[in-house]
Design a protein around this ligand. Structure first.
Ligand SMILES: C[S@@+](CC[C@H](N)C(=O)[O-])C[C@H]1O[C@@H](n2cnc3c(N)ncnc32)[C@H](O)[C@@H]1O
Length: 246
């Protein structure tokens, strides 16, 4: 897929994306990331991309002109994802990552200052927030989106099973994981994981994913598609919790 980033700070890229799995994916050409300096689409000697807000108030606003022109030039595919990073957006999640990964192109606009002129929203497929806090610019959020999307591009993860077992992929948090040593500072790995019964291990993992999701993110559980086995496991968990608190 093509990933295009439109930013006032192109020197911030690839940044952490150059390392590890994402770095290898980019070097191997599994995705082609192109970083564009928004000032290439300005037309004055100072290369101005922002202006004072109508109505007054603090801060500057990114003008629509350079952003519209950048999108005119950069958006190639009909079904490209055009994504604005903004705290006033839909919370980013795995469903949005899957949607973007399925497209041939993703164009990300990084805001700065007070953000972008509202008329830019008319050019978007997504306005996305990475959390209920305000960062200085859209570059770090863009890197988060790119990392999450790259993990879903076929061939990027060595083990093709890794993404589907991650948290959120199927609507639940991931189960707990353990590695050697079997006993560490008196804390033992659950026996079931060491007995080598794959059916038992699968059931334990599903049950612990359900237990963790129920405890930490009950909102996910209400939306998840649960099988009959899941419902039975949840009843077992509820019974165990009742016994524990009695
Ligand atoms: C200082 S912020 C602007 C905040 C804006 N005035 C508001 O309150 O919604 C500058 C830029 O950082 C990016 N940004 C900051 N926080 C973000 C978040 N939580 N999610 C996504 N982008 C964010 C956006 O691109 C935003 O335009």
């Amino acid at each position: 897929m093509f990933i295009d980033v439109v930013t006032l700070f192109p020197e911030m890229f690839p940044g952490p994306l150059a390392g590890s799995i994402t770095g290898r994916a980019l070097s191997a050409g599994l995705a082609d990331m192109r970083v564009h300096d928004l000032r290439e689409w300005t037309h004055d000697a100072h290369r101005t991309a922002d202006d004072r807000p109508f109505g007054g108030g603090a801060g500057m606003v990114m003008t629509p002109g350079p952003i519209f022109e950048a999108l005119d030039d950069v958006v190639g595919a009909d079904d490209a994802g055009v994504v604005l990073m903004t705290p006033a957006g839909t919370p980013f999640d795995q469903e949005i990552a899957k949607d973007l990964a399925a497209r041939p192109q993703m164009v990300i606009i990084c805001g700065r200052y007070e953000g972008v002129d509202e008329r830019v929203r008319g050019r978007l497929t997504h306005a996305v927030s990475v959390g209920d806090f305000v960062l200085t610019g859209g570059e770090l959020p863009a890197m988060i989106i790119i990392d999450a999307v790259l993990r879903l591009v076929p061939g990027v993860l060595g083990d093709e099973d890794s993404a589907p077992s991650d948290s959120f992929y199927n609507g639940l948090l991931d189960c707990p994981h353990y590695t050697r040593p079997a006993v560490f500072r008196g804390m033992a790995v659950p026996d079931v994981l060491r007995r080598g019964d794959h059916g038992e291990v699968r059931r334990w993992r599903r049950k612990e994913a359900l237990r963790r999701t129920r405890a930490l993110r009950p909102d996910l559980l209400t939306r998840a598609q649960l099988s009959d086995e899941d419902k039975a496991l949840l009843r077992e968990i509820e019974e165990e919790e009742r016994e524990r608190t009695q």
